[in-house]
Design a protein around this ligand. Structure first.
Ligand code: SAH
Length: 344
C-alpha cells in the first residue's frame, strides 16, 4: 500500500512540499484540495508535483462504493480502502447540524456479544488519514451553496477508538485544526467500551472532545456476560476515569446503555443505574438494541425503553432514548459491512 497524504497535518505537509523542492504556497493549495475531499489527481497543482506525489501516495485512500438513503435523510455508506478492506459510516441530519459517524478500525477485537463489528475480529487499525477521509468525502458530498456539510463527528462506527490511540489522536487533531475541515472538539464524541488508561491519557491531551462510555450494565459480573473488557476494567475504575476526564476538560460525560431483553433492561437495572450514577455530571443515552442475526440477544419494545427512561428520570438522572435513525436501511454497528462480506 502507498502512503496516505491525509495522514499529515498542515505543517507536516508543508515540510514534505519543501523537501520536494517546491514553493511553500503549494502546500496550502494541496491542503485546501485535500480538505475539500478531492483526490490528489483532481487538485490544481503542477503536473510535476502531482506525478511525484502519486508515485508515493494513494490518490484516493477511501472510496464510497455503496450508498443507502433513508426516508429520514440518513445516509449509510460502504467505503473501500486502498488494500481492499471495507468499512462503513453513517451521515445523520439533525436540527443543530449534520453528524458523521466514522469507523476507526477494520473490525474490532473487543468481542462485545451484541456487536456485529467484532464478528470477524480485528483486521487492522485505520490510519488517521483514513479516518479523516471518511469525514472529508462525506462532507464534500453534502456541503455546497447554502447546504451544510459535516458539522459533528462521532467515533461510533466499527472499531474501538482507544485501541487505536495514536492514530485516533492524530485524527482528532487534524479534523479540528483551523484552516482544515475545522470541526470543534466540542462537536466530536468518542465512544469507548472503557479502556481506562486511555481515558486518562486522552484527558491529558487538552482536546475537549465528548467522552462517551458504553456501560450497558450495572455490575461487573453482568457486564462481563456481554463485554469481555469488563473483566479487565471494573465499573468503579471507569467512573473514576470519567471523573478525571470531567475535571480536566469540564465536559460532562455520557454513558451508552443498549437495552437487551432479559439481560439489562428490568426495572431493577434502571434503579441500579440511578444508584450508580446519581449526582454525577453525566448523561445516559438509552439505545434500542439492533438485533444482530448471528447473536441471540433480543431488543426491548419501545414501551419498555420508555418505562426504563422514566425510572431514570424520576431518579434524577439526565437521560434520553436515542432516536433510531435510518432504521429502514439495514442495521447499525457493522451490520452493513457484515452483510456485504457475507454476500461477496
Ligand atoms: N467501540 C466503541 C464504539 C462502538 S459503537 C464502543 O464500544 O463504545 C457505538 C455504540 O453502539 C456502543 O455503545 C456499542 O456498545 C453500541 N452497539 C454496538 N452494537 C450494537 C447493537 N447491535 N445494538 C445496539 N447498540 C450497539
Amino acid at each position: 500500500m502507498k502512503k496516505i497524504l491525509q495522514d499529515l497535518s498542515f505543517s507536516e505537509l508543508e515540510n514534505l512540499i519543501l523537501s520536494l523542492g517546491e514553493k511553500k504556497f503549494r502546500a496550502r493549495q494541496l491542503y485546501d484540495g485535500l480538505m475539500q475531499g478531492k483526490k490528489i489527481s483532481a487538485i490544481n497543482i503542477s503536473a510535476r508535483l502531482r506525478e511525484t506525489l502519486l508515485n508515493d501516495y494513494e490518490d484516493e485512500p477511501v472510496k464510497i462504493i455503496q450508498t443507502l438513503t433513508s426516508s429520514d435523510g440518513t445516509e449509510k455508506y460502504l467505503f473501500s480502502l486502498a488494500d481492499g478492506n471495507i468499512i462503513e459510516g453513517v451521515f445523520m441530519k439533525y436540527k443543530y447540524g449534520n453528524t458523521q459517524c466514522v469507523s476507526t478500525q477494520v473490525g474490532c477485537r473487543m468481542g462485545c456479544k451484541f456487536c456485529a463489528s467484532t464478528l470477524g475480529g480485528l483486521v487492522r487499525n485505520l490510519s488517521s488519514g483514513e479516518i479523516l477521509s471518511q469525514a472529508l468525502i462525506v462532507n464534500a458530498l453534502h456541503a455546497g451553496g447554502n447546504r451544510r456539510g459535516v458539522t459533528n463527528v462521532v467515533l461510533m462506527g466499527s472499531g474501538e477508538p482507544l485501541d487505536n490511540y495514536e492514530n485516533v489522536l492524530a485524527f482528532l487533531k487534524n479534523v479540528s485544526a483551523e484552516g482544515g475541515i475545522g470541526i470543534s472538539p466540542r462537536n466530536i464524541s468518542l465512544s469507548t467500551c472503557g479502556l481506562v488508561p486511555k481515558i486518562y491519557a486522552l484527558a491529558d491531551e487538552g482536546l475537549p472532545v465528548n467522552m462517551t462510555v458504553s456501560l450497558h450494565q450495572i455490575t461487573d459480573e453482568g457486564r462481563a456476560r456481554t463485554m469481555p473488557i469488563a473483566k479487565k476494567y471494573p465499573i468503579a475504575e471507569i467512573l473514576k476515569a470519567c471523573e478525571y476526564y470531567f475535571d480536566k476538560t469540564g465536559r460532562r460525560y455520557i454513558f451508552e446503555y443498549s437495552l437487551i431483553k432479559g439481560e439489562n433492561a428490568d426495572k431493577a437495572h434502571a434503579e441500579g443505574l440511578v444508584k450508580l450514577l446519581k449526582g454525577r455530571p453525566c448523561h445516559v443515552n438509552l439505545i434500542r438494541l439492533n438485533a444482530v442475526e448471528e447473536r441471540s440477544l433480543k431488543p426491548v419494545t419501545d414501551k419498555e425503553a420508555y418505562a426504563f427512561l422514566s425510572v431514570l428520570e424520576k431518579g434524577g438522572l439526565s437521560a434520553t432514548v436515542r432516536r433510531s435513525m435510518g432504521s429502514d436501511i439495514a442495521g447499525a454497528c457493522g451490520q452493513l459491512r457484515a452483510g456485504y462480506l457475507k454476500d461477496s
